[in-house]
Design a protein. Structure first.
Ligand SMILES: Cc1cc2nc3c(=O)[nH]c(=O)nc-3n(C[C@H](O)[C@H](O)[C@H](O)COP(=O)(O)O)c2cc1C
Ligand code: SF4
Ligand code: SF4
Ligand code: SF4
Ligand code: FES
Lengths: 463, 885
């Protein structure tokens, strides 16, 4: 996985890529290489400042979380109760949102930028211990991160005397066991504590009562990496490219039917059209665009009529969607939206932790109905039932706003937005008892679930 | 004086919060959740996962309510929250408006009900929960009449995990009440959620049983038909059964129960049913928890060996006889022996499960009619001295858990397996309030250990010395610290911290002493030491001795044992076998053959019975003890008679007859009345057991204000407001926990202050010579060999494999882990036992729960060295760590 180079767009003339500027020549995996390109300068800057000053700089930069919710990072930090110690920093590297693949190159190719960001953030929030929770399947990321952490300890960058300052910062690299839900911040904490990855009830929020019941800040990898760069280059540099309240650069992960899918570092000022047709070289085989899922699989779909929306948090909110985790999936006219939705619904059914009624039962029920329609066995009334379960938007229907965590909403949104966008396609499936789209690959998991009443024998456990 | 400004729902010092629920202004205290305030104000909010005795899980989402809050940025105008919130977790805030039945709230409730039924089999006709199912009830009240589900339902395999609890996963709603109960209350992580998402299911680890003395409670906690009682399965419909509020005859914690019967047969026993929505039911939010023996073992009266006709000996044969004839034979038999050999040649033995009335009449018969002190109920003790020490302990019992405690000192004992519900309540108080438990002695309670702030192990026999030194320590003598540190093998700083803690207790402190441990061999010096310790602590410190025998306190209170000054001169239970053998005792009346079976050397006692001139026994069964009697009196069982029991906390409870007498069986008070009258007394003119109760209370507790009737718990049979038990349901919470306290029926003793001299406190020497293993200590176990339990229908299903508790330090030495097997040599016999590694026994000590798996302890007179060898151990031990100590 690499970060792709950008075309020469006039709009990007002044834009400076920093996350992984020159992936081909720039070897920055080891500490030695990283120090050559100015590594750990940010730590020196941070050490020279008071914690509140760093938090102020981050607030000033307008940095918002890159994990999905887009919460202002500086503000999150300031929720920590004064004087309550110990407190922890936890890095969310569970990157499992379908379509999202940005934290992985960050960790695998420049692990030390993350450690640098961690140290700066720890100084800012006065924490002495950070945990990196890495998605179980990311074996290489975990290995590279662990090697880098070991290197940093050996060099006196981590440990009880960070770069000779007398400050202490410890970093623990922890591998998850492969569950999407463990990316949800409170589930991540329960998993880290060694329990089943169940999201917790909020409030209390983790900043008050988090890991081991201690105040805890959870941030995405990219968020923390950005912190280091902001300290190095200044808040004003970060704000140079800004659309409304979306400041700074982000890694955009484009997948699907474009000519050049990849991970692009971009400011949030381009339109979707510029991204698809200029940055990514247009649709494959110059097909027609059918729809875009712009922010990871959980967010509502966007139709071609909104191509002029700005790719920013506000710009996408204006067209009823969300920037989410910046995983953009682009679909051309060969894609059957019912089939696409069935895929997503299978994913959410499988990844629901099963704790709360609406998400556990709702995600499975949605999948059963969508799959049945897709198979050509849809019945009259199915679409109304889907609507009733999934609702028409935030906090409507039987799941949204009623579950413990946002996975419930995430399971419902694709359904409601698919119905909003492609009601006719769904109706046609039911009426014709079939599908006019060709070239489908059936790789969906758990087909047995809808085919028959099965004796429940999961392979992963005893019965 | 009560603070006038404080709302009735609050205590002084609580921070008051005003809010509005469904338009009504109400008051709560800071930190309360919406659901509890609403319940107090009679607004019922449906809930599955929330349970008053468990932590908040917030997973069923049935309690979602609409909330509007004043917006400070908009002139405090009310603004609705964007999402509904769960009432079981959301704390109340000032000015909050809660709507429990608004359009939004109703939509949420309907939605959740529809979701829960999407995969539910709805096989109510073959579901044991039918009729008391929260899913059925909520479907009617909060659900929609239709379903939109057209797809096949999820189906699980059915596991065979527990012999007593049936698991039918298809009906589970994943509320995790059962998991939380096991984790939090029963203290064992045995149940869990497996798999993920809508595939998830409830189960036990390794398919094992929910092996725990409290496990049966998950049956009542389960709101649906997933966890049901195997012994009760498919036997009856709950609405056809007659409910009788009564009390456990097993657990001296004084558990209240409801017996569910039909046609004279007991179908099940549960914690007391409560009036909920106009009907008495048990599985809504029952907070009383009972032990498995009480729950499953109470049906022994219907055993096939039941003899419900009295019998008298004709030649060699014991032939059925009329009750009056049998009573006459007993009276004349006893009189003949008394006339020939004097009154002191007669003895009366009373079962520790007898009611207070029975004990009262038995001692009245012995003292007033026969003229002897040879009456006793203390059959379980190893030595006569221990029995006397126990009597001394009872005389000072003055504590209870009613208002909790600020600190508790727990002396040697396996409280969970002796007084389960009491141990559970104690632990819950410590767990929920963080109040310290201090354990001192050679055997700690493993169940309390995880919640014990301080744990001090000492050698067997040193507890009394430790307590004596501690008494000095709390009196300000700092010179004892180093000696104590030595006894406890710990640092002085920890001893100092303990003394500071004990001295710092300003409110209520409790000292707990099990009279069970070692079957009381060490009690003769530990009891006075504990009493002196309580005295030294002074102030608000109280003392609770515990004993498994259900009515020990009641029988002690009515004087069913020799008077203190007669001890030694009279024949007590422990001396009985000797006294029969040497001819001192010629005639014996036994009330309840379990009294004989309960004796540590029952073989010898049984053999000696043949030597008696006259032996009469009242009992339920054809058994070794009854077949050889001269007269067998058919007794009414605990399900057939009324009476009063007293528990370890001094609370009275009513035993109530379910459906009256069976066959020719009669309650023992009638027998005793008859015997005494025929023997010539005119002081036994009782018409009913209530007459006995009145006289008894006027003697033992002249200040008692309650009545026999009032002791009975509210229940469907004495609740006049119930006309039609299946009828109208309202949303009123008509249950009041106070109903279940029997006001004024609370016993306290106040013994004279006790001082302990150095000689009594001196550490007892423990066997050393030839010592190559462990010191054995033992105590009674609720599931152990028991006369009544042996006649219960579930006796085969109980976990009765013998095990020993072993300290982790020793386990490491042996290379043993929990679950390994070992052999234990006692008295030249070798027994196979399972090893349980826990914080219970001190290093070098093994603790054996007596009565499991036929291990004989009868010859034991003191703690003794035993050899423990690990038979099947892990690789570590085999690799050479050695497998003996
Ligand atoms: C179901 C679910 C999955 C999530 N997965 C991730 C993830 O894989 N990585 C991530 O950074 N955030 C994930 N999040 C968002 C986190 O809960 C949290 O908002 C984020 O880690 C906060 O970091 P930030 O403020 O730096 O964005 C997920 C949220 C939900 C509800
Ligand atoms: S919403 Fe889904 S993932 Fe989140 S807690 Fe509920 S069941 Fe688990
Ligand atoms: S659990 Fe309740 S609703 Fe379900 S089958 Fe049993 S009685 Fe019927
Ligand atoms: S078995 Fe019963 S108590 Fe346990 S989770 Fe299922 S429904 Fe709840
Ligand atoms: S009772 Fe509140 S969520 Fe279950």
């Amino acid at each position: 996985m690499t970060v792709s180079t950008l075309p020469d767009l006039p709009a990007l003339a002044e834009f400076e890529r920093v996350f992984l500027p020159n992936i081909e020549e720039d070897k920055t995996e080891t500490l030695e290489e990283y120090l050559k390109v100015g590594g750990y300068e940010a730590v020196k800057i941070a050490l020279a400042k008071k914690p509140e000053e760093i938090t102020e700089i981050i607030k000033d930069s307008g940095l918002r979380g890159r994990g999905g919710a887009g919460f202002p990072t500086g503000m999150k930090w300031s929720f920590l109760p004064k004087g309550a110690h110990p407190r922890y920093l936890t890095i969310n590297a569970d990157e499992s949102e379908p379509g999202t693949c940005k934290d992985r190159p960050l960790m695998e190719q420049r692990p030390h930028t993350l450690i640098e960001g961690i140290i700066c953030s720890c100084i800012a929030i006065e924490s002495e211990k950070a945990f990196i929770y890495i998605r179980g399947e990311y074996y290489k990321s975990a290995k590279v991160m662990q090697d880098a952490v070991d290197e940093a300890y050996a060099a006196g960058i981590l440990g009880d005397n960070v770069m000779g300052s007398g400050k202490r910062v410890d970093v623990v690299v922890h591998r998850g066991a492969g569950a999407y839900i463990c990316g949800e911040e409170t589930a991540l904490l329960t998993s880290l504590e060694g329990y089943r990855g169940y999201p917790k009830l909020k409030p209390p929020f983790p900043a008050i009562k988090g890991l081991y019941d201690k105040p805890t800040i959870i941030n995405n990898v990219e968020t923390i990496v950005s912190v280091g760069w902001i300290l190095k280059k200044g808040a004003d540099w970060f704000k140079k490219f800004t659309h409304e309240r979306s400041t700074g650069q982000r890694l955009l992960c484009v997948s699907g039917h474009v000519k050049k899918p990849g991970v692009y570092e971009l400011p949030m000022t381009l339109t979707l059209r510029e991204i698809i047709y200029d940055v990514c070289g247009g649709m494959r085989n110059d097909h027609d665009l059918k729809f875009i899922i712009p922010g990871g699989s959980s967010v509502p779909w966007v139709l071609p009529e909104h191509l002029d929306a700005t790719w920013s948090m506000e710009g996408l909110a204006a067209v009823g969607s969300s920037l989410g985790s910046a995983g953009m999936m682009v679909m051309d006219h060969t894609v059957c939206p019912v089939w696409a939705l069935a895929n997503l619904s299978a994913f959410y059914r499988h990844e629901s932790c099963g704790q709360c009624t609406p998400c556990r039962e709702g995600s499975a029920w949605l999948q059963k109905i969508v799959m049945r329609i897709e198979r050509g066995e849809g019945e009259e009334g199915d679409l109304e039932t889907l609507r009733a379960i999934a609702g028409t938007g935030p906090n409507t229907g039987m799941i949204c706003g009623k579950s413990i965590c946002a996975l419930g909403d995430a399971a419902a949104w694709p359904v409601s937005s698919a119905l909003n966008c492609f009601w006719d396609d769904f109706e046609e499936h039911i009426k014709t008892k079939g599908c006019k789209y060709k070239n489908k690959r059936y790789w969906m998991q758990d087909d047995r679930f809808v085919n028959e009443t099965y004796e429940h024998k999961p392979s992963w456990g005893h019965h | 004086m009560a603070d006038q400004s404080v709302h009735p729902a609050l205590k002084p010092g609580d921070e008051e919060i005003k809010l509005v629920i469904n338009g009504k202004e109400v008051v709560g205290k800071k930190g309360e959740t919406i659901i509890s305030v609403a319940a107090r104000e009679d607004y019922y909010i449906p809930h599955y996962c929330w349970h008053p005795a468990l932590s908040v899980a917030g997973n069923c989402r049935l309690c979602l309510v609409e909330i509007h809050l004043p917006n400070p940025r908009n002139d405090n105008k009310l603004a609705p929250l964007p999402k509904p919130a769960i009432a079981c977790q959301t704390p109340i805030t000032e000015g909050m408006h809660v709507f429990t039945d608004s359009q939004l709230a109703k939509e949420c409730q309907e939605g959740m009900m529809e979701f829960l039924l999407v995969n539910h089999p709805l096989d109510c006709p073959i579901c044991d929960r039918g009729g008391e199912c929260m899913l059925q009830r909520y479907s009617m009240e909060y659900g929609t009449p239709h379903t939109r589900m057209r797809d096949p339902k999820r189906k699980y395999l059915k596991p065979e995990a527990d012999p007593l609890i049936d698991i039918e996963r298809n009906r589970c709603i994943m509320c995790t009440r059962c998991v939380r109960f096991c984790d939090e209350v029963a203290g064992e992580h045995v149940m869990g959620v497996f798999a993920r998402g809508s595939d998830n299911y409830i189960g036990t680890f390794g398919q094992g049983p929910v092996a725990n003395i409290l496990s049966g409670n998950v049956i009542d906690l389960c709101p649906v038909g997933c966890l049901t009682s195997k012994p009760f399965r498919f036997k009856a419909r709950v609405w056809e059964l007659l409910q009788t509020q009564s009390t456990s005859i097993w657990d001296a914690s004084g558990s209240k129960v409801t017996h569910w019967t039909r046609n004279g047969r007991l179908y099940r026993t549960t914690p007391p049913s409560r009036k909920y929505h106009g009907v008495y039911t048990v599985n809504e939010d029952t907070e009383e928890f009972i032990d498995n023996i009480t729950r499953f073992g109470s049906d022994f009266p219907s055993h096939e060996n039941r003899w419900d006709e009295s019998r008298v000996k004709f030649g060699e044969n014991l032939l059925p006889a009329a009750f009056t004839e049998a009573v006459r034979r007993v009276a004349t038999g006893l009189k003949k022996v008394a006339d020939e050999h004097g009154p002191d040649s007669l003895a009366i033995l009373v079962s520790p499960r007898s009611s207070m009335e029975e004990g009262y009449l038995a001692q009245k018969l012995a003292r007033d009619v026969i003229g002897t002190e040879n009456i006793d109920w203390r059959v379980s003790f190893q030595t006569a001295e221990a029995a006397e020490a126990a009597a001394q302990a009872f005389q000072h019992a003055n504590g209870d858990l009613e208002d909790g405690f600020d600190a508790v000192v727990v002396l040697n004992g396996d409280y969970l397996h002796s007084v389960p519900a009491f141990a559970m309540r104690l632990k819950e108080h410590a767990r929920l309030t963080g109040k310290p438990i201090v354990q001192i002695g050679h055997h700690h309670d493993a169940f309390l250990a995880p919640h014990s702030k301080y744990k001090f192990h000492c050698a067997p026999g040193s507890t009394a010395k430790a307590l004596q030194l501690l008494s000095k320590g709390v009196g300000g003598d700092t010179s004892v610290v180093s000696e104590l540190a030595k006894i406890f093998s710990t640092e002085s700083s920890r001893v100092e911290a303990l003394i500071t803690l004990l001295k710092g207790v300003e409110g209520r402190g409790l000292v707990l002493q099990s009279l069970e441990d070692l079957n009381g061999l060490l009690l003769p010096n530990e009891v006075p030491a504990a009493l002196a310790f309580v005295g030294a602590l002074g102030g608000g410190w109280k003392y609770i001795p515990t004993l498994r025998d259900r009515n020990a306190f009641g029988l002690h209170a009515v004087g069913a044992q020799p008077k203190a000054d007669a001890e030694g001169k009279s024949v007590n239970a422990r001396q009985l076998a000797d006294a029969i053998e040497d001819g001192t005792i010629k005639g014996l009346l036994v009330l309840g053959a379990d009294a004989l079976h309960h004796s540590p050397d029952r073989e010898r006692l049984l053999a000696s019975l043949g030597k008696l001139d006259f032996y009469a026994v009242s009992d339920l069964f054809d058994s070794d003890y009854t077949r050889i009697a001269d007269v067998y009196l058919a007794a009414a069982s605990h399900l057939e008679k009324d009476g009063t029991f007293c528990d370890v906390e001094g609370n009275l409870a009513r035993l109530a007859s379910t459906e009256g007498l069976v066959g020719g069986a009669r309650p023992e008070w009638e027998m005793l009345t008859g015997i005494a009258t025929i023997m010539g007394s005119d002081n036994f003119a009782y018409e009913t057991v209530e007459d006995v109760f009145k006289e008894m209370m006027s003697v033992i507790a002249p200040d008692f204000k309650g009545t026999f009737k009032k002791l009975l718990l509210a229940g469907p049979r004495n609740d006049n407001s119930i006309k039609d038990p299946g009828g109208a349901r309202t949303h009123t919470k008509d249950y009041n926990p106070g109903d279940y306290r029997t006001d004024g029926a609370h016993f306290r003793w106040t013994g004279e202050p006790v001082a302990i001299d150095d000689q009594t406190a001196a550490p007892r020497s423990v066997p050393e010579s030839g010592f190559d293993g462990f010191l054995l200590t033992w105590g009674e176990h609720v599931q152990g060999d028991d006369y009544h339990l042996n006649h219960a229908s579930i006796v085969e299903l109980l976990q009765k494999a013998p095990y020993v508790e072993l300290n982790p330090v020793d386990a490491v030495k042996l290379g043993a882990e929990t679950g390994d097997r070992g052999t234990l040599d006692i008295n030249g016999e070798s027994y196979e036992v399972e090893l349980k590694v826990c914080e219970g026994p001190a290093p070098g000590v093994v603790y054996l729960p007596a009565g499991l798996g036929g291990i004989k302890l009868s010859g034991l007179t003191d703690t003794q060295a035993v050899k423990l060898e690990v038979v099947k151990s892990n690789a570590l031990a085999e690799a050479g760590a050695g497998n003996t100590a």
